[in-house]
Design a protein around this ligand. Structure first.
Ligand SMILES: [Zn+2]
Length: 495
């Protein structure tokens, strides 16, 4: 049907949720790895489960043959196709069962008891959920999970040569010639002129978002607002942003941060929950500041006006909320309890495109580094999100981004070019205090979300707990692909 259209729409409009990078491993983990060189005593597939950061360390010592690598690549590709097709077929089967249930309702409408009617409502509701889940898994989660494995395979195969090349560029000094290699001049060089022209655009976008009810409320906690602001200002001071940065923490579960043009940075509460240390948070913020410093939003929305962008956003919101876009709205609602600003924000406004992601990754790494943070924080966070938390597996903004492998390698090269500083901040006491402050706020907000009547809450009452397709964060994708299809049993009316 209009699935193609809807898919295109989501590619265009999906926000830049975590536009982050890959990697893993703390400074101490790095040392442990170099102390104990990798032994290739495990099958190739096992290495695909390791964090990117660890693979950067050990891949030069691995000795898999081209034949092994190619055959693994081929079988990953086949497994992905099989798995995606399986859930696509399931989605069609649920669709048929849904039609049958609706037909039944129509036919019996004048003869059934209220209890029987409710039982059919419950069945329709559950089938709707399963259909959405299958479609989203097939179109988004499964391709993303396999793309992540393919990227790790590419890394094992290609990184050793890239690493040697990187080392020789460093040895010869050639790396100073890379684009924006003049990192000693951050803040004095010209990344993009006339940043101040974006301030008005940003202000109008904020107003429009408020008007459209898209902007979650501010998080009401001064200490947390102040803390996040201090981290962001520290990064901004060490960036090429020459206009004031306004920072707001939003009361929302979404794991997201975004910068509207003109220095309007928004950090959603979910990001603070998901980050484990200050370098991760600073890395994400630095990436967003880079989009603004380079005026990516401005460059992408040259012909569009704020009004037209929000008109489109409203249309997309309608599609998402009514369960369109491969049921992604329903999927989100049921998996995470919210739809997410990330689904309806306009990518153009946020400066998100393939090329600009790479630019923001590189500049972001530079800003975090200049501000004294371990620039790998950003990459570690990305890896955690891609492989452990499973959160971003559900959505497709990665598709608008450069391939995982390219982003990871570019980021790791930049980190090597920047070099280690004597003390790069990973964790701070202030971050840990923020987490403590956040804890009761999260508990309270989750409780309130449960109690709040909402469109997301199923309408039929007294149903059995719904059958769901469980795809737990960190679960190997193969488990999902091999799981039996969920059936919705005919429910007996309750008396
Ligand atoms: Zn980005």
């Amino acid at each position: 049907m209009h699935a193609g259209l809807a898919r295109r729409a989501i590619v265009i409009f999906l926000v830049e949720l975590l536009a982050f990078l890959p990697m893993e491993g703390t400074a101490s983990a790095r040392q442990e790895q170099s102390a104990a060189p990798a032994r290739q005593d495990q099958p190739l597939a096992t290495y695909l489960r390791k964090p990117y950061m660890e693979l950067f360390q050990i891949s030069p010592e691995l000795r898999f043959s081209t034949g092994q690598l190619d055959s693994e690549r081929k079988s990953l590709g086949e497994a992905k196709d099989r798995c995606a097709k399986r859930f696509k077929d399931q989605s069609k089967q649920y669709e048929k069962q849904l039609e049958a249930a609706r037909e039944e309702l129509k036919k019996k409408s004048s003869t059934i008891t209220p209890e029987e009617r409710n039982a059919i409502h419950c069945r329709i509701q559950n089938l709707d959920l399963l259909q959405s889940e299958s479609a989203v898994l097939s179109q988004h989660a499964i391709p993303t999970a396999y793309a992540n494995l393919q990227a790790k395979l590419d890394l094992i195969q290609k990184w050793p040569a890239v690493y040697r090349e990187t080392e020789s560029e460093i040895a010869s000094g050639a790396y100073h010639q890379r684009r924006w290699g003049d990192v000693q001049d951050i803040g004095f060089r010209q990344i993009a002129s006339d940043q101040q022209d974006d301030i008005k655009t940003g202000q109008r976008a904020v107003e429009e978002m408020k008007r459209a009810g898209l902007l979650p409320p501010e998080l009401k906690n001064e200490a947390i607002q102040e803390y996040v602001n201090s981290v962001a200002q520290r990064v901004a001071k060490n960036s090429d942003l020459k206009i004031p940065l306004h920072v707001t923490v939003l009361q929302s579960r979404e794991i997201n941060a975004f910068a509207l043009p003109g220095g309007y940075l928004f950090v959603e509460r979910g990001l603070l929950e998901a980050a484990d240390n200050e370098s991760e948070l600073a890395g994400v913020i630095a990436h967003e500041i880079a989009h603004d410093a380079a005026r990516h939003g401005h460059k992408l929305m040259k012909r569009a006006t704020i009004a037209s962008i929000f008109f489109q956003a409203a249309q997309i919101a309608a599609i998402v909320l009514t369960g369109g876009v491969a049921g992604i709205g329903t999927y989100y609602a049921l998996q995470y309890g919210f739809y997410g600003l990330g689904l309806v924000l306009n990518l153009k406004l946020l400066g998100v495109s393939r090329d600009y992601e790479l630019e923001a990754d590189r500049l972001g790494a530079q800003y975090a580094w200049k501000a004294g943070y371990d620039p790998a924080g950003f990459v570690r966070f990305f890896d955690k999100m891609a492989t452990v938390k499973g959160y971003i597996n559900g959505v497709s903004w990665f598709r608008t981004h450069p391939p995982f492998y390219q982003r990871m390698v570019d980021a790791q090269r930049e980190i090597l070019f920047l070099g280690e500083k004597p003390s790069m901040v990973v964790q701070t006491a202030a971050f840990e205090r923020m987490k403590q402050e956040l804890q009761p706020i999260v508990t309270k907000a989750e409780q309130e979300e449960k109690e709040k009547p909402s469109l997301l809450i199923p309408r039929a009452e007294g149903c059995e707990p719904p059958q769901k397709i469980e795809y737990k964060p960190g679960q190997p994708i193969e488990d999902l692909c091999g799981a039996p299809m969920r059936q919705v049993p005919e429910q007996k009316p309750k008396n």
